[in-house]
Write a protein that binds this ligand. Structure first.
Ligand code: TPP
Length: 533
C-alpha cells in the first residue's frame, strides 16, 4: 500500500486490512480520494440518505456484530449531520470510526470562506468522541487508525473521528501501511478475583446487574456462574439477553420498575458488570439503592465509581473477569432466588397500566412472529419503552435501543446496519409515527439493498410520550400533534411494500411474510387492534 497511492486511497486499503467490510456514508467532492480507494477494495459502500442515517447504520452494524461501524463523510455539513449519531454511539459505548475530510492544512482555523468550512472541525466532535483528531500528515493518519482499532479491541468502545485535510488526502503515501499490533483487553487482578469469588460464594441474596459492557461475555460462562451461586439477574436495556430473559433467575431489563428496585435494595450482594447505572435505566432522580455489598467490574476506571460506590472495584474486560472467576460454588440452595424472582415478575405485571398492557398485546404478537434469534432495533417510542422491560430476548445483541442520548430516528438505519452485519438473522425496526420521520428516507437504502426488513410503525398519531407528559403536568397540549403523511403511499413511492393489518392475527401473518420478502415492508400498526377480524 505505498508508492503512487494517495493517502485517501491508502486509507481504504488499510481499513480493509483491519478487517472492515462495509463503509457507510455519502460521497462529496472533498472525499473523492477516499472513494477512489473504496472502489479498488473489496469493501461494500452503503449510501445513506443523510449522514445521520449513515452513523446510525454504523451503530446498528457495530451493536449487532461487535465490530466497529465505519463511515466516510464530507467536511462541514457531513460532520455536523453525523454528529448526532456519534453522540448516540458515545453515550451507549458503541465502536464507530468516522473518517471525514477537512479543509486544506493551510486553511485550517482561518475562516476563508472555503467550501464546507468549519473553522475548528475537531471541536465539533471532540465532546462526542473518545478522540477527534486532525491528521498532520499521512503517517499521522496511519497512527490514528492504529490507535482507533487498538482501542476498539482493548478498551471501552468509543466513537473515533479522524479529519483528514484535503492536501493530505490527495498527497502521496511514502511508507507501506500495515495494520498495527493489537493488545488484549485488561484482565482482572488475581487477589480481586479471589475476593470476588469468596463474596459470591457466601452471598445469600446475590443479584447481578449486567450492562452493555457485558454483551461479549459468552452466555454459557455467565449462565454457569448465575446457576452455581443462585444469583438473580437484571440487565440494562443494552444488556438485554446476556442471560436468557426466559430464565427463572432473570428479571429482564426492569431496572426502572419499583419491585425490581426494592429487590435490589434488599440484596446482600450486587455485582455490577459493564454498566454506568445511568438514570435512563432506573428513571429515577436518585441513584439506585443497591443494598448490601456492591462489586463493580468495568473496563473503564471512570465507570467503577459512577452512580454507586463499590466495596470491590475490578478493572477488567467483562468476559475476562467471568472467565477468571472459574467455577464458583455456593453452599446455599441454588434455587433460593427462584420464588422471589417470580414474585417480583408478578408484581411488575400487576402494576402495569392500560397503555403498557396495550403495548404488550402488540409486542407479544411481534414476539410470536419473530424467530427466537431475531433482533429488534427500536426508536424513542412508547411501545419500545414498554418493550425494554417486556419484550423477552434470550441472547445478547438482539435488542437495540438509543438509550442514553435518546435520539429519535435511530431505529430504521440501525436496523439496516444490523441486517448488513448479520444478513441471515431476521430482524425488525420498531418506530413511532413521529420519530420515524427523522430518518424515513433510509427506506430508499433498504429497498436498494433488498433487505428483508419489516418496519413496524406504531402510529398513535402524535408525539405520544410528550403529549402524556404534558397532560400529566397540567400543560395545555402544545407541539405534540404533527400532520402525518400517508405512510403507506410514501413507503410505496420508495418501492417498499406497505400493509396495514387490521388485527393482531393479521399482524403476525404480515410480519412472517415480511421477514421472508425480498425487500422492506412497512407495517403500520394502530392502537387497540382486535385480536381477529
Ligand atoms: C432528536 C430528538 N428530538 C426530540 C426528542 C424528544 N422526544 C422524545 S419522544 C418524542 C416523541 C416521539 O413521538 P413518536 O415517535 O410518535 O413516539 P410515541 O411517543 O408517540 O410513541 C420526542 C419529541 C428526542 N428524543 N430526540
Amino acid at each position: 500500500m505505498a508508492g503512487n497511492l494517495s493517502c485517501g486511497a491508502a486509507i481504504a486499503g488499510l481499513l480493509e486490512a483491519y478487517g472492515v467490510d462495509t463503509v457507510f456514508g455519502i460521497p462529496g467532492v472533498h472525499t473523492l480520494e477516499l472513494y477512489k480507494g473504496l472502489a479498488g477494495s473489496s469493501m461494500r459502500h452503503v449510501l445513506s440518505r443523510h449522514e445521520q442515517g449513515a452513523g446510525f447504520m454504523a451503530d446498528g452494524y457495530a451493536r449487532s456484530s461487535g465490530r466497529p461501524g465505519v463511515c466516510f463523510v464530507i467536511t462541514g455539513p457531513g460532520v455536523t449531520n453525523i454528529a448526532t449519531a456519534i453522540g448516540q454511539a458515545m453515550s451507549d459505548s458503541v465502536p464507530m470510526l468516522v473518517i471525514s475530510s477537512v479543509n486544506a492544512s493551510a486553511d485550517l482555523g482561518r475562516r476563508r470562506g472555503r467550501l464546507h468550512e468549519i473553522v475548528d472541525q475537531r471541536a465539533v466532535t471532540a465532546p462526542l468522541t473518545g478522540e477527534s483528531h486532525v491528521a498532520a500528515g499521512p503517517a499521522d493518519v496511519a497512527a490514528f487508525l492504529h490507535r482507533a482499532f487498538l482501542n476498539f479491541a482493548s478498551r471501552r468502545p468509543r466513537p473515533m473521528h479522524l479529519s483528514v485535510p484535503l492536501d493530505v488526502l490527495a498527497g502521496p503515501v511514502e511508507a507501506t501501511w500495515q495494520p498495527g499490533a493489537m493488545a488484549p483487553p485488561p484482565t482482572p487482578d488475581e487477589d480481586a478475583v479471589r475476593n470476588a469469588r469468596d463474596l459470591l460464594a457466601a452471598a445469600h441474596r446475590p443479584v447481578f446487574v449486567l450492562g452493555g459492557g457485558a454483551v461479549a461475555v459468552p452466555q454459557a460462562g455467565i449462565l454457569r456462574l448465575v446457576e452455581a451461586i443462585g444469583a438473580a439477574v437484571v440487565t440494562t436495556s443494552a444488556g438485554k439477553g446476556i442471560v436468557p430473559e426466559s430464565h427463572l433467575l432473570s428479571l429482564g431489563a426492569t431496572l426502572a420498575r419499583r419491585p425490581t428496585q426494592s429487590f435490589l435494595a434488599a440484596a446482600d450482594l450486587v455485582l455490577v458488570i459493564g454498566s454506568e447505572l445511568s438514570e435512563t435505566e432506573s428513571w429515577s432522580n436518585n441513584p439506585l439503592d443497591l443494598g448490601g455489598t456492591v462489586m463493580r467490574v468495568d473496563i473503564d476506571d471512570a465507570q467503577l465509581t459512577i452512580n454507586a460506590a463499590p466495596r470491590l472495584a475490578i478493572r477488567s474486560d467483562a468476559a475476562a473477569f467471568v472467565a477468571a472467576l472459574g467455577n464458583v460454588a455456593s453452599n446455599l440452595p441454588t434455587d433460593r432466588q427462584v420464588a422471589p424472582v417470580a414474585a417480583v415478575r408478578l408484581e411488575i405485571a400487576a402494576a402495569r397500566g392500560a397503555l403498557a398492557r396495550e403495548h404488550i398485546r402488540v409486542l407479544d404478537a411481534i414476539r410470536a412472529a419473530l424467530p427466537a434469534d431475531g433482533f429488534v432495533a427500536t426508536d424513542m417510542t412508547q411501545i419500545a419503552y414498554t418493550g425494554n422491560a417486556a419484550f423477552p430476548v434470550d441472547r445478547a445483541r438482539r435488542w437495540f435501543h438509543p438509550s442514553g442520548f435518546g435520539t429519535l430516528g435511530y431505529a430504521l438505519p440501525a436496523a439496516i446496519g444490523a441486517k448488513l452485519a448479520n444478513p441471515d438473522r431476521p430482524g425488525v425496526a420498531l418506530v413511532g409515527d413521529y420519530g420515524f420521520q427523522f430518518t424515513l428516507p433510509e427506506l430508499g437504502t433498504a429497498v436498494e439493498l433488498g433487505l428483508a426488513l419489516p418496519v413496524l410503525l406504531w402510529n398513535n398519531e402524535g408525539l405520544g410520550q410528550i403529549r402524556d407528559d404534558m397532560v400529566a403536568a397540567g400543560i395545555p397540549e402544545i407541539g405534540v400533534t404533527a400532520r402525518n403523511p400517508d405512510f403507506a403511499m410514501l413507503a410505496e413511492s420508495y418501492g417498499c411494500r406497505a400493509v396495514r393489518p387490521s388485527s393482531l392475527d393479521a399482524l403476525r401473518y404480515e410480519l412472517q411474510d415480511a421477514l421472508a420478502a425480498p425487500g422492506p415492508t412497512l407495517i403500520e400498526i394502530r392502537p387497540n387492534m382486535p385480536e381477529q377480524v
